[in-house]
Design a protein around this ligand. Structure first.
Ligand SMILES: Cc1cc2nc3c(=O)[nH]c(=O)nc-3n(C[C@H](O)[C@H](O)[C@H](O)COP(=O)(O)O)c2cc1C
Length: 242
């Protein structure tokens, strides 16, 4: 059936309420482009009406610009696609000066994905964004290596995950904080609980009742790669199912 036929006579599809909430953030509909798959949104403006989306999550932003991995960055496998972009991004200050002024004019939820290689870098990215209008929420990518802890992923250890969420929560006063968990863990429930507890504690610490539901926790991606391509074997982190 044509979806438009499901709409009662006298109504247009635009009358149907598809809105959803994530924590305290209300989205027009549940379509949210994932971080890294949609650039900074603007690159897709000629292909899709950005205001028809529930929102989009920007490419991950770091304190300083990152050039990313050398090519090839993508590889087809029999059951999906591998990527190794290397977290290429323009850095938070260029984002603020060049991208945000245009993004601000778009009527959709712009969620800014944030990462760092140290706890301080996460906080600094948020600190810079807190001075700006435009973003609807932050999404914390905790799948990053912590260079101060021998490159162990922030999101792979409950204590480290809690620490980065606490610090981010204290910095993110202005808008909701989403935490994107890493699936590369033995017990994701443990990490999720630690993250929720850390977010709650710090909501009390900053003393704002308005922040009560400002933490949303979800999982990033599926990692299930058994491919034999030699390039692919070195880049399992970015496996996507076809
Ligand atoms: C090319 C590419 C770049 C990505 N870059 C980021 C990123 O910068 N930050 C992030 O949190 N996730 C990033 N991701 C992960 C996606 O946001 C998303 O979590 C993942 O693709 C969802 O899983 P699925 O592809 O298996 O559906 C990237 C994914 C792809 C394919």
């Amino acid at each position: 059936m044509n979806p438009a036929d499901a709409v009662p006579r006298g109504h247009s599809p635009a009358d149907v309420d598809l809105s959803v909430t994530v924590g305290t953030l209300r989205l027009r509909n549940p379509i949210l482009a994932a971080s890294g798959t949609f650039g900074y949104g603007l690159e897709f403006a000629h292909l899709v009406n950005l205001e028809s989306l529930g929102g989009f999550v920007t490419k991950g932003l770091s304190k300083e610009p990152i050039e990313g991995a050398p090519s090839p960055r993508m590889c087809e496998t029999p059951s999906g696609m591998l990527n190794a972009v290397g977290l290429q991004n323009v850095g938070v200050r260029t984002f603020v000066s060049e991208k945000l002024p245009v993004l601000r004019k778009i009527d959709t939820a712009i969620v800014v994905n944030v990462f760092g290689y140290t706890l301080e870098e996460y906080v600094e990215v948020i600190r810079v964004l807190e001075g700006e209008d435009g973003p609807a929420a932050y999404e914390l990518n905790i799948s990053c290596p912590n260079v101060k802890k021998g490159g162990m992923q922030f999101g792979s250890d409950p204590a480290m995950a809690a620490e980065v969420v606490s610090a981010a929560r204290r910095a993110a006063v202005k808008r909701p904080l989403w935490v994107k968990l890493s699936p590369l863990v033995t017990d994701i429930g443990l990490i999720a609980k630690a993250v929720v507890k850390a977010g709650k504690q710090d909501r009390r610490a900053i003393g704002s009742g308005d922040q009560a539901d400002h933490l949303a926790v979800g999982m990033g991606n599926v990692q299930d790669c058994k491919c034999t391509n030699p390039w692919a074997r070195g880049h399992r982190d970015g496996f996507r199912r076809a």
